[in-house]
Design a protein. Structure first.
Length: 131
């Protein structure tokens, strides 16, 4: 799960850090936005890219028993879900490619669940008998 989440966050991190318009702008490879907002948006998306790359580094360097990086990634991803829902189902269809956001919301929710599931302690037969 750590490597899967590292790839997921890392791909978005690299592309956002490079130039979000190239990948996610109106004429981008995967257009999530129907208009761009200039240099302020470019800086803000690059900052998010840095954070995603930091999460990726944590996931790649954490040991298999260390669940801290998974928990950090899961909390961050969960906090993004309402924002994705607002973009996909909100009233600003002139700014957001709502079909892309609706699709991303499903994928992102699934990845968040993967992180959550992997960050929880594993139940063993002996622990279930103690109840």
């Amino acid at each position: 799960a750590q490597k899967l989440l590292a790839a997921y966050n890392g791909i978005y991190g690299v592309t956002l850090y490079h130039n979000w318009v190239t990948y996610y702008g109106p004429k981008g490879i995967m257009p999530y936005f129907l208009k761009t907002e200039g240099p302020v948006a470019l800086m803000a998306w690059r900052m998010l890219g840095c954070l995603l790359l930091g999460i990726t580094y944590g996931l790649l360097t954490a040991g298999p028993k260390d669940k801290t990086a998974l928990k950090i990634a899961t909390v961050g991803q969960a906090m993004m879900l309402p924002l994705m829902a607002m973009a996909g189902f909100g009233t600003d269809a002139a700014t957001y490619a709502q079909t892309m956001w609706k699709t991303q919301l499903v994928v992102h929710a699934a990845m968040t669940y993967v992180g959550y599931s992997a960050s929880q302690p594993t139940k063993t037969r002996s622990s279930s008998r103690r109840r």
